[in-house]
Ligand binder design. Structure first.
Ligand code: DOR
Length: 448
């Protein structure tokens, strides 16, 4: 008979990236066993002896703290033809992601207590991974933001300073100030200057070619918005998280302002560059803010090497093939990516751009700490047993057919990467094991 104090599962002999319990940012690599009990990490030892618990052999595999994708658009509710929480989160766990934070530009927008509660109820029954939901800011919903923030599962507030997919927008200083003074959770900001985007839209219409996308939504549009929001954040004394930074200029500026602003970048801006990407993939790499010339890609890569980036996320933003095939600029912006973000980043590790410790910081420890996700981010005793188990030596070619996304395409079709997720464990349960996905059991995360 099994001892009541025994573990529920032992992950055996993996190369574990573990945190110091007193400092989750301090990481070390240790080969050994992880004992899991009641969904939590209960032991980390060289070898756990005398247990009758089931054993999962992780020899020659790397065990990362559960990888979080802190920016996805799962389109639930409103656009099941593009995605819903089931298909989106299935892609997540297939790609080694244990938790996602989902954006509020849904239909209806997630910008009132009523829409937030309805979304929470709907997605709770069908998510394959744990999740947080953003509350969308508008010019006049501060009282709603305050109430939404209090709901379990609300990870923070999202501001669109420039129009993108949907109609969420807060572009003027007066209203931005008001949102910055609201609530306490993290405020994540899409920085493109609406006035400038409107002034320059004709460039896109005249050119009718996606290669003009970074010209329409130019460097100045991004810099203007980032500068404005950082200055407002300083004035109000509220920390902000600047999403999907794309320009060398913003990196330099944000580096000088790290006490008030943290930086997110996306793998697509590290991987693709203009104009080649538009020549090859057309509107299928059209996104906001755009993929830009090589000098920006180089600046982002350098920023990774210098460790000035806080978070890497996917901004998974599916649209159907039919929509993407419309003539530019009638084609919608957004790339799929939740299932491919980790393989791409593991490949960057194998190429020497960063190491596994920094990867774990960017995609697990930092998002958990910045958003204050309870029990998440870091392998140490007492934490949720969220583990992303990867094979750093497995070479794999990404194919559209393998994607769970309902929109049925990936810009990475045919790309070969080295490094692949083998299993995704969430609170001690397998969500994915060797490409097999188990029943959805994702839960809303508590953000303190
Ligand atoms: O390209 C984008 N697509 N950028 C965004 O900000 C929104 C996203 C979407 O929801 O489609």
């Amino acid at each position: 008979m099994q001892n009541q104090n025994d573990f529920d599962l032992i992950v055996r002999s993996g190369e574990n990236i573990i945190s110091n319990p007193l400092n989750p940012f301090s990481l070390e690599k240790k080969i050994g066993d992880i004992g899991i009990k009641n969904g939590r990490i209960a032991a980390i030892q060289k070898q756990i002896l005398g247990s009758k618990a089931p054993i999962w052999d992780a020899q020659n595999l790397t065990v990362l703290p559960g990888v979080i994708d802190s920016q996805v658009h799962f389109r639930d509710p409103g656009h099941p033809e593009k995605e819903d929480f089931a298909s989106g989160s299935k892609g997540a766990v297939l790609g080694g992601i244990t938790a996602v934070f989902d954006m509020p530009n849904t239909k209806p927008n997630t910008s009132t207590v009523e829409t937030f509660q309805a979304k929470l109820k709907e997605v709770s029954s069908k998510s394959y991974c744990d999740f947080g939901l953003f509350a969308g800011a508008t010019n006049d919903n501060t009282s709603q933001l305050i109430e939404m923030e209090k709901i379990q599962g609300c990870c923070g507030i999202k501001i669109f300073m420039g129009s993108s997919t949907g109609d969420l927008l807060v572009s003027e200083d007066e209203f931005l100030r008001r949102v910055l003074r609201t609530g306490q959770k993290m405020i994540s900001v899409h920085c493109e200057d609406e006035n400038r985007l409107v002034q320059r839209k004709q460039i896109a219409i005249d050119r009718a070619d996606p290669v003009a996308h970074p010209e329409w939504r130019d460097v100045e549009s991004a810099v203007l918005a980032s500068t404005r929001i950082v200055n407002l954040a300083k004035e109000v004394g509220r920390r902000i998280h600047v999403l999907h930074v794309t320009t060398a200029e913003e990196i330099e500026f944000l580096k000088q302002n790290k006490e008030i602003a943290t930086i997110e970048i996306l793998p697509q801006h590290l991987f693709f560059s203009s104009p080649d990407c538009y020549q090859k993939l057309g509107t299928f790499v059209q996104m906001n803010p755009p993929i830009r010339e090589i000098r920006h890609q180089q600046a982002l890569r350098k920023a990774i090497q210098e460790k000035v980036i806080n978070v890497v996320a996917s901004d998974h933003a599916p649209h159907t093939r039919e929509e993407k095939q419309k003539t530019y600029p009638n084609s919608p912006s957004g790339l799929t990516g939740v299932q491919t973000i980790l393989p791409l980043m593991l490949n960057f590790v194998n190429e020497g751009l960063l190491d596994l410790f920094y990867l774990s910081q960017l995609m697990s420890i930092n998002p958990a700490q910045l958003f204050k996700a309870k029990g998440k981010g870091g392998i140490y005793i007492g934490q949720d047993a969220d583990l992303t188990i990867v094979d750093m030596n497995k070479t794999h070619t990404i194919r559209t057919e393998q994607m769970a996304t309902r929109c049925g395409w990936t810009p990475y079709d045919g790309v070969t990467v080295k490094g692949w997720p083998i299993a995704t464990l969430i609170r001690g349960q397998f969500a994915m094991e060797r490409d097999k996905v188990f029943n959805p059991q994702g839960k809303p995360i508590q953000f303190n």
